[in-house]
Design a binder for this molecule. Structure first.
Ligand SMILES: Nc1ncnc2c1ncn2[C@@H]1O[C@H](COP(=O)(O)OP(=O)(O)OP(=O)(O)O)[C@@H](O)[C@H]1O
Ligand SMILES: [Mg+2]
Length: 145
């Protein structure tokens, strides 16, 4: 039996670079206080940060749900936004539609989605053009770097 120990939702504001990264920092503090293992914590924070940044960069608004069970940590990220027309292309390392302004801020290497997948034990990306995108990632509590 898998017991759900914690579920918490966070709102992300699209295009608000001033607040970008705040939610993944908050998730880090919550999980650290719960004593989550460092390797697992690191992976969750990478996935949460990249997901949060993608909503900030490309979408209007979104939510991140953090779910902790006795086996794993899941992140469910949904946004209202333009969606992704070609998911295979978006998943390729180096592919990015980031603006020059975003690149100047140090984003837009096209590494967010590939890194999210790499740091997840289960990863799923779904999108509907004109509606939005959702990301589901699961990281096991006993995962290693
Ligand atoms: N939530 C989203 N809504 C719409 N498009 C998205 C979303 N997430 C990713 N994309 C598209 O997929 C591309 C690749 O995303 P990825 O996170 O891998 O790279 P990036 O955001 O461009 O750069 P980096 O993450 O390295 O700063 C983006 O450039 C964008 O075109
Ligand atoms: Mg990104």
């Amino acid at each position: 039996m898998t017991a759900e120990l914690l579920r918490e939702s966070f709102q992300i504001q699209g295009r608000n670079f001033d607040k970008a990264g705040e939610i993944s920092s908050e998730i880090k503090v919550i999980l650290k206080d719960l004593g989550i293992d460092a390797a697992c914590l690191r992976r969750v924070v990478i996935v949460a940060f990249e997901a949060e940044m993608n909503v900030v960069m490309y979408a209007d608004r979104g939510t991140i749900a953090l779910i902790l069970t006795d086996h794993d940590i899941s992140l469910e990220v949904r946004d209202d936004g333009p969606g992704i027309p070609d998911i295979d292309l978006a998943m390729k390392e180096g592919y990015s539609t980031a603006s020059d302004e975003m690149r100047e801020m140090g984003f837009g290497f096209g590494m967010g989605l590939p890194n999210m997948k790499k740091n997840s034990d289960e990863f799923c990306l779904e999108s509907e053009v004109g509606k939005g995108t959702s990301v589901f990632a699961r990281i096991r509590l006993d995962s290693h770097d």
